[in-house]
Design a protein around this ligand. Structure first.
Ligand code: M6R
Length: 570
């Protein structure tokens, strides 16, 4: 199942002497209470919805049944012109029960199907009118042995089994049943039955597809004794770092693809593109490459996609994505490919859309990350970027620094949780929090602040220490919590001045510092490490803090409201 990605409603449909649909707002477990234990049907479709068009209500939940009840459909993606299509269908007498763009597609398909009496023709006519992205699976009440699929912009993978066939947005939910997959390209469509898969290209010509054999990791729902995935994943950080060292540094040498290193060395500018936490990793990564005299810039994917710039004569693009399925980043890749630019994806998900389609791919080997709040993947991304940048100049000292960082993370796990929990108790009742830092500590502040707002619903802002006086200081008032990172020897004195500035305006300051830069009043003082590795060594302090605040507030730590693990819509 893809429920680990985050959803707010769920539904299934099948054919048993008629189309049967069970759907509701809430969890899959809740849905299953209304589903019969045994179902006699040759086909079944299911969907977990993360609301985009229309609130999370039962009527907006997939599967959607067309007005004349011939077509039952699930859809992932966004139909940009659904309002115009809906207006035209309404003129033809169609009525709609919910507000989704997906219900419009079900009805559009039905209108052509009733006209042509041919499903494949109806698909082609529908495709010609749809603007936007879609991975669609549907069945027709008149032919309940076939499941029809169509794809553009959103991932769709067919799983081939013996005596059965499956389809899903990625291979992971099918891996329990098969290792053989067919990947559909944009514009392709077709149908599956128990023993047959037929796929057509954009023009309607049948295409032969050879199954790809994949051994991907089964998504583990084993919490291994932890109360939440987030806690489990934070505590996996030390092994995540050492696994990466073992994967990319063997027998005393960096082990990266030689062509990748050559392309990176020959490029005159590196662009880092990502979203959310992965963008924050790109901020750090850019600084690592600058350390080795490479010029670098960093972009948020959804911004870059609408104003792509390519600094330098020979740019190289590094895309970063835990899931490898983020729609904003896939949009960027499309533009990058149109310009024939070499690119690399850094991802945790082998077999994902970005893994399959980028020039180079480096896997994070972090194990599946289930909690919506990304933790170990962020550390893995920054660890890998530190090693990749170092490999350009064969700077092996980085590996020793990373090993030292592992000790710091272990030490935080073993000794600092009670102190962090105390800070969390004090933060929990507040509505606003500030994070301050400079340089690497500012990048870490951004990530710490995102994590807190995601799972505690506290408004928080990360501000570079030097920017305070240019505006944000106006918001400092008595009692406001301000969390300060001081781990960089160069910027520590300035940060101490910033602390005085906010304290004199009544803020309650909690400082996280390293031993050599510490002051007696600091809230958390960690062991020293190579300061440029703060995202690797001490991000777990920020992650624990967000985790404990969320716990303190009794919130859903792993599945915070409104968020999805894998953001497959733009
Ligand atoms: O899978 P990706 O790394 O591409 O996801 C990007 C963001 O959606 C993701 O990092 C998001 O910000 C996380 N929920 C952060 O904890």
């Amino acid at each position: 199942m893809l429920d680990y990605r985050g959803y707010d409603s769920a539904g299934i449909a099948y054919f048993d002497r008629g189309i049967k649909i069970h759907k509701d707002v809430g969890s899959v477990e809740h849905l299953m209470q209304s589903v019969p234990e045994t179902i006699a049907s040759n086909i079944m479709i299911g969907h977990t919805r993360w609301a985009t068009h229309g609130a999370p209500t039962k009527l907006n939940t997939h599967p959607h049944l067309s007005f004349h009840e011939t077509i039952c459909l699930v859809h992932n993606g966004v139909i940009d012109n659904y309002k115009e299509l809906k207006a035209k269908l309404t003129e033809q007498g169609y009525r709609f029960y919910g507000e989704t763009d997906s219900e419009v597609v079900a009805n559009l398909l039905e209108s052509f199907y009733l006209e042509e009496k041919d499903v494949l023709l109806a698909i082609q006519k529908t495709k010609a009118l749809l603007h936007g992205s879609y991975a669609i699976a549907f069945f027709v009440g008149d032919a309940p042995d076939f499941l029809y699929v169509m794809k553009k912009g959103s991932p769709l993978v067919v799983g081939k089994g013996k005596g059965f066939n499956l389809v899903a947005s990625d291979a992971s939910p099918m891996i329990e049943h098969t290792n053989d997959f067919l990947e559909l390209e944009d514009g392709e469509f077709g149908f599956l039955s128990q023993d047959k898969v037929v796929i057509y290209d954009e023009k309607g010509n049948e295409v032969e597809k050879t199954p790809i054999h994949k051994d991907i990791e089964l998504i583990s729902h084993d919490l291994k004794g932890y109360p939440h995935y987030m806690l489990k994943e934070i505590e996996e950080i030390p092994q995540t770092i050492s696994r990466l060292i073992n994967a990319y540094f063997q027998d005393g040498e960096f082990r990266f693809d030689k062509d990748l290193l050559t392309d990176l060395r020959e490029s005159d500018h590196i662009l880092f593109i990502g979203c959310g936490t992965s963008y924050h990793a790109g901020l750090v990564g850019g600084r690592y490459f600058e350390k080795y005299k490479k010029s670098a810039s960093r972009f948020i994917a959804s911004e870059w996609a609408f104003h792509p710039t390519y600094p330098g004569k020979k740019p190289f693009i590094i895309l970063i994505s835990q899931s490898g399925e983020t729609a904003d980043l896939i949009h960027c890749l499309k533009i990058i490919k149109e310009h024939n630019l070499k690119n690399l994806i850094i991802t945790n998900t082998g077999g994902s859309t970005l893994d399959r389609n980028c020039t180079y791919s480096l896997l994070l080997h972090s194990g599946v990350e289930v909690s919506v709040a990304s933790t170990k993947a962020y550390v893995a991304q920054t660890t890998l970027l530190a090693m990749l940048a170092a490999a350009l100049e064969d700077d092996k000292a980085v590996v020793a620094d990373l090993r030292q960082a592992i000790n710091v993370v272990n030490d935080i796990q073993d000794h600092y949780k009670p102190a962090i929990q105390e800070v969390a108790k004090e933060l929990a009742p507040h509505k606003n929090v500030f994070y301050l830092g400079r340089g690497y500590d500012y990048f870490l502040s951004l990530e710490a602040s995102l994590k807190l707002k995601e799972i505690s619903y506290i408004h928080s802002e990360a501000v570079p220490g030097g920017e305070l006086k240019h505006g944000p200081i106006a918001l400092i008032e008595p009692g406001l919590p301000v969390i300060v990172f001081i781990t960089d020897p160069e910027t520590a004195p300035s940060m101490r001045s910033n602390i005085e500035e906010v304290k004199s305006r009544g803020a309650k300051v909690y400082t996280i510092s390293t031993a050599e830069l510490s002051s007696p009043e600091d809230a958390v003082v960690v062991k020293d490490y190579a300061y440029y590795l703060s995202s690797v060594a001490i991000s777990s302090v920020a992650f624990y803090l967000a985790y404990y605040v969320s716990l303190e507030k009794g919130l859903n730590v792993d599945k915070p409201r409104n968020l999805a693990k894998s953001v497959t819509v733009e």
